[in-house]
Write a protein that binds this ligand. Structure first.
Ligand code: EPU
Length: 343
């Protein structure tokens, strides 16, 4: 146990991009996978944290936080194939990985540029943007099972990926400490350009056949407009998932507000743009005691610096109640909200 970097009564503001004021009793920094084998069982609540871009602390955390700082990246040639296996440690930055793959001429991650957070967090919520989701390039991962105290290798099926979901989120969250993610990337550039706003942006820039770098530059421009840089304005990306509803509910919502962007899914249900719903209800740009709805994108909540947990909770409640009342739709939060665990 002497082998770990430990932080006590740590300020969680610098470890969570939404930056609500909160402290953690104890943080153990994991820098090498073997350290996990030496971990004593947690006596109270325990939480795994890495980039902090999808975790919001609503109060002080009276438990143990395991902070992932694992580093490393290996490219493995696969004989006779056009694909390369990328093995990347969970503590690496996601966007850093996208850049390094781009520099090496490996394709598949372009649309996922600038998603904040670490590589280890990517499978948890099956990150996605502009028509591409992680599971399309994912091969497998290695994790330490904190419950059974053993190493596990999980493939795509084992991870049960779905829209912003996986077994790590839906079943037993916090059970697996992901140490390495393996992706399959291609030397061939077969871009996915169909997503509405991406397609429009490419047309505006006269790029019907963008190069990989032009595609990434376009994605960066789009994201910089819709998402504030957390170093300037604290946020956790999209705050709500786009709701998936049955045909009747979608039709009812669209009768009320015909402009809501919507997508038909393969199972016949519909995904509705929560940002548009929230905007229609007049919340865009609304502020409440130091927190607010971002002026450029209604799906993003921001902390203006003096935001508090009660203010955020009140704003979320207002939005969810208005959406429920007007459309009968229940919105789910996308980041994990961590209540202050009791001492
Ligand atoms: N829209 C509005 N008003 C708004 C916001 C959006 O009308 O204030 C409309 C847009 O015009 C668009 C539609 O809603 O037609 C969808 O908007 P956008 O393309 O920005 O995507 P999103 O559904 O709001 C999702 C992901 C983002 C990802 C983008 C781009 C979720 C929860 N969010 O957002 O992911 O970057 O698509 O692909 O699925 C994240 O997960 O943190 C994240 C940023």
């Amino acid at each position: 146990m002497n082998d770990f970097t430990k932080l006590r009564h740590a300020d969680l503001r610098r470890l969570s991009t939404f930056q609500l004021p909160a402290r953690a009793d104890r943080i153990l920094v994991i820098e090498r996978p073997e350290q996990l084998e030496q971990l004593p069982r947690a006596e109270g609540p325990e939480l795994i944290l890495s980039g902090g871009s999808n975790t919001i602390f609503l109060g002080d955390y009276h438990g143990r936080i395991l902070l992932s700082r694992l580093r490393g990246l290996v490219f493995e040639e696969i004989q006779g194939r056009d694909t390369v296996r990328v093995r990347v440690a969970a503590g690496e930055s996601w966007h850093g990985l996208v850049r390094r793959c781009l520099d090496r001429g490996l394709h598949g991650l372009e649309n996922l540029a600038l998603i904040p957070g670490s590589v280890g967090a990517a499978p948890i919520q099956n990150i996605g943007a502009y028509g591409v989701e992680l599971d399309q390039v994912f091969e497998s991962l290695t994790a330490w099972d904190l419950q059974q105290r053993r190493w596990v290798d999980l493939n795509r099926e084992d991870c049960a990926f779905a829209y912003r979901d996986s077994r790590f989120k839906s079943e037993q969250p916090g059970r697996y400490f992901i140490t390495e993610v393996r992706l399959r990337l291609s030397r061939q550039f077969r871009p996915c350009l169909d997503y509405g706003s991406l397609n429009d942006a490419l047309k505006r820039a006269n790029l019907s056949h963008p190069t990989p770098r032009e595609l990434v530059a376009t994605i960066l421009r789009l994201r910089r407009h819709r998402l504030p840089d957390p170093r300037r304005l604290s946020n956790a990306g999209s705050f709500f998932k786009n709701p998936i509803v049955d045909e009747a509910q979608a039709a009812a919502a669209l009768r009320k507000r015909p402009g809501i962007p919507h997508w038909r899914l393969s199972d016949g249900r519909y995904k509705l743009a929560a940002g548009a719903i929230i905007e229609h209800l007049g919340f865009k740009g609304k502020r409440l005691d130091g927190v607010g709805v971002y002026q450029n994108h209604a799906l993003v909540l921001v902390n203006y610096g003096d935001g508090t947990s009660p203010a955020l909770t009140a704003l979320v409640k207002q939005i969810c109640s208005a959406v429920k009342e007007e459309f009968g739709i229940v919105l789910d939060c996308e980041p994990q909200l961590i209540e202050g665990a009791a001492r």
